[in-house]
Design a protein around this ligand. Structure first.
Ligand code: THU
Length: 304
């Protein structure tokens, strides 16, 4: 249960292939332009719903919320807590829980009859339009829903453009979450001999992420690379195919997987499998497994 301070919204989100004309239509309908805000939402793991720290031009807030995954105008419930030291709070939550994903966007806010219109440019995702009817500003539930439907029709948002999940979910399916998982594993690497910490993460066919770190040994040849650890986690979870890989190292901006690990990865991926090298927050070098290991030896060679 969220607290009694929870508020209710009715909202809708869609991809926007033509943000300039959407803005022009909103203005033509009499929406009041409130200008552009830069917003950064840092998501932390939560037992119930979502937990994010929002940093923007306005006062920072910690937001706990729940929204059903549905493309239809959905009701969401949320609790807002003002935050005076956002960086300290982000560090504490990251140290204790880890960071799932960071959503950075530029948001143009327009107001129309109690409906908030968000024209969002989201880093790594592109342009979106969000309609949010905040109750009771937009009337009762039925009235708010009718307003949303009217604005949706005016903006020509068709079913194919609707997005049923949040930006954080969309980013979780992309390279950022994979690189963060590799980075978190790297921090736990056991590398007392080389002092060269490496983290790797692979995405299984199911979409799940498996991460691993290098594990060294006093008997040096017994050490294991981060990629091998991540693949071990993939197999232990019952998967046997990967769609993407991320590798990060503490002391190298771009850590190329060693030859042996290229072979290990090729066992579970294909030549088109994406490989992201570099720490999250920095620029990623994007390659494919085929580029890393051309002309590789694979299981087809063993077919009789
Ligand atoms: N290492 C990896 O974990 N993955 C690679 O692809 C390159 C090397 C580790 C192995 C060893 O623990 C340390 O980095 C130094 O070679």
């Amino acid at each position: 249960m969220l607290s009694a301070m929870a508020r209710v919204n009715v909202e809708l989100k869609a991809r926007d292939p033509t943000p300039e004309s959407t803005l022009a239509r909103c203005l033509a309908l009499g929406a009041a332009d409130q200008g552009v805000l830069a917003q950064r939402d840092t998501y932390f793991p939560a037992r119930r719903g979502r937990l994010k720290l929002r940093e923007a031009d306005e006062a920072p807030e910690l937001i706990a919320y729940r929204r059903p995954d549905s493309p239809d105008p959905a009701e969401s419930t949320y609790v807002l807590a003002p935050v005076s030291e956002p960086h300290a709070l982000a560090d504490a939550l990251d140290a204790a829980l880890g960071t799932v994903v960071v959503v950075s966007k530029r948001r143009r806010l327009l107001l129309w009859q109690g409906v908030r219109i968000h024209l969002d440019e989201v880093e790594g995702l592109g342009s979106f339009v969000e309609l949010e009817a905040v109750l009771p500003d937009a009337g009762d539930l039925a009235e708010a829903q009718a307003k949303l439907a009217r604005m949706r029709a005016e903006l020509g948002i068709d079913n194919g453009a609707l997005v049923s999940v949040g930006y954080a979910d969309l980013l979780m399916d992309g390279p950022q979450a994979l690189r963060r998982a590799a980075d978190a594993a790297m921090r736990n690497a056991y590398a007392p001999y080389s002092r060269f910490k490496v983290g790797a993460a692979v995405r299984g066919n199911s979409g799940a992420i498996y991460a691993g770190a290098n594990v060294e040994n006093a008997a040096y040849p017994q050490g294991q690379c981060a990629e091998a650890s991540a693949l071990g986690a993939l197999v232990a979870a019952g998967e046997s195919a990967i769609t993407a890989v991320a590798v990060v190292a503490e002391k190298l901006e771009v850590c190329p997987p060693c030859g042996g690990c290229r072979q290990r990865l090729a066992e579970f991926g294909g030549p088109e499998t994406a490989v992201y090298l570099g720490r999250p927050g920095g620029t990623a070098t994007e390659l494919t497994l085929g580029e890393l290991l051309p002309g590789s030896f694979g299981r087809e060679a063993l077919r009789e």
